[in-house]
Design a protein around this ligand. Structure first.
Ligand code: PMP
Length: 431
């Protein structure tokens, strides 16, 4: 089939429900670049939505996966322990944000892992309901969809979803109407409603603490706009959980594995979760996810009640072990701090030069976003211009926001190149 017909074939025979950023077909990837079948080499600031964090086809990860393919691909976790599974647990334990998080369950996707956390929370507390944050994204399966509150399109016309999910506001200062009104302009220090009060009211009005198993939160709201949680809020949520015997679950699917400059975003906060959900960057593209919690909680689930055919696949786990090793060998977190600051400086510069175009810049490490002034579609225009200039970037949230998720090991040269393209695209749109 001719290359030009390939995309057409895909559009005809692949589910329309999958949205796509571009029509071109990707053939290969190396480091910070992907190459299309038409030979376009594109700088990738999406990393397959925060997955290929060490760049495409990272040599050590590829080698580890190839070696494992020659040993055993699939032994199945309900039959026996697989060696790479245990090696991965061994590698991950020292990286955990708290020593209490030492017992693991692996799955394939983020959605499945989120639901595994719901199962654990329900079983451990014997309570049915969960609370999530407005603007959160937890996935596309029925339970995870019920917990996803970032855009209505994810759940619209797919009901009934999992019952027993309640939502509270996530402190989102850039969209705080009272903060904007109080002095006529945006003021991050003056956040509008008291989100803690909203949570306390929810526990009085809608789901009693005795019915509430867990509160789920992304330390940095991902699909909801790359908004880092306000530290004081997270602390109060922890206190409320402790008071009512509710488990605190942090969804680190997007923010984990170095994305924010720490191994896990929760490390930016002085808070210990009861359960942590991990996925995406864990195996740099091989399907793998999981939950980690305290042994005493995990032990409440009887043998046989958890598992899954491909859960903790041996090749994915072998890739995961190589990912963890690469973080140390290549001092990935140091690079995130340096490159993250460079990119943030560029974004702040653009905001001060074009205040009529840019409303807010925010994020941690290399999980950065720019929110555009409302109503003009600036973000999509900037995104389209970047695409023309061979830079892949993504939007996020219901507000006009672009997010930047470059590889964590991106070189200075590639970061400078990407930043120059973004800056130029903003200038062109602002003109
Ligand atoms: N949680 C968060 C925070 C996510 O960002 C995502 C994916 N974007 C998910 C869960 C769902 O993961 P998956 O797409 O692998 O099911």
């Amino acid at each position: 089939m001719s290359l030009s017909k390939l995309a057409e074939f895909g559009t005809r025979h692949v589910a329309r429900g999958i949205g796509r950023l571009m029509t071109e077909v990707i053939e290969s990837g190396s480091g910070s670049y992907v190459t299309t079948t038409s030979g376009r080499k594109m700088l990738d600031f999406t990393c397959g939505i925060g997955v290929a964090n060490l760049g495409h086809c990272h040599p050590a990860v590829t080698k580890a996966a190839q070696a494992q393919v020659g040993k055993i691909v699939h032994a199945q976790v309900n039959i026996a322990f697989q060696k790479p599974y245990l090696e991965l647990v061994q590698s991950l334990i020292p990286l955990m944000p708290h020593k209490s998080l030492d017992t693991f369950f692996f799955w394939n996707s983020g959605s499945e892992a989120v639901e595994a956390a719901v199962k654990l929370a329900r079983h451990a507390t014997k309570k049915p309901n969960v609370i999530v944050m407005q603007g959160s994204y937890h996935g596309r399966t029925f339970g995870a969809m019920a917990m996803t509150r970032s855009k209505t399109i994810y759940g619209e016309n797919y009901s009934p979803l999992m019952p027993g999910v309640f939502a509270v506001p996530f402190p989102y200062c850039a969209q705080c109407s009272i903060a904007k009104r109080s002095d006529g302009k945006y003021n991050a220090e003056n956040c509008c409603m008291d989100p803690v009060e909203q949570l306390e009211l929810l526990l009085k009005r809608e789901t009693a603490p005795s019915d509430t198993a867990a509160i789920f939160i992304e330390p940095v709201l991902g699909e909801g706009g790359y908004v880092p949680v306000v530290p004081a809020y997270l602390k109060r949520v922890r206190e409320i959980c402790d008071k009512h015997n509710i488990l605190l679950v942090v969804d680190e699917v997007q923010s984990g594995f170095g994305r924010t400059g720490k191994m896990f975003a929760i490390e930016h906060y002085d808070v210990v979760p009861d359960i942590m959900v991990i996925a995406k960057g864990i195996a740099n593209g091989f399907p793998l996810s999981g939950i980690v919690s305290r042994k005493e909680l995990m032990d409440k689930q009887p043998p046989g009640s958890m598992g899954g055919t491909y859960a903790g696949n041996a090749v994915s786990c072998a890739a995961g072990v190589a990912v963890v090793k690469a973080f140390e060998d290549e001092k990935i977190l140091d690079n995130v701090s340096v490159r993250g600051k460079e990119m943030m400086d560029m974004l702040k510069g653009a905001k001060s030069d074009f205040p009529h175009v840019i409303h807010d810049v925010r994020g941690l490490g290399l999980m950065l976003a720019v929110e555009f002034a409302g109503g003009k579609g600036f973000g999509s225009k900037v995104q389209a211009k970047c695409l023309e200039k061979d830079l892949l970037i993504l939007t996020t949230s219901i507000y006009d926001t672009l997010r930047f998720i470059p590889p964590l090991n991106i070189s200075k040269e590639d970061m400078d190149k990407g930043c120059a393209i973004i800056r130029q695209a903003i200038e062109e749109v602002a003109a």
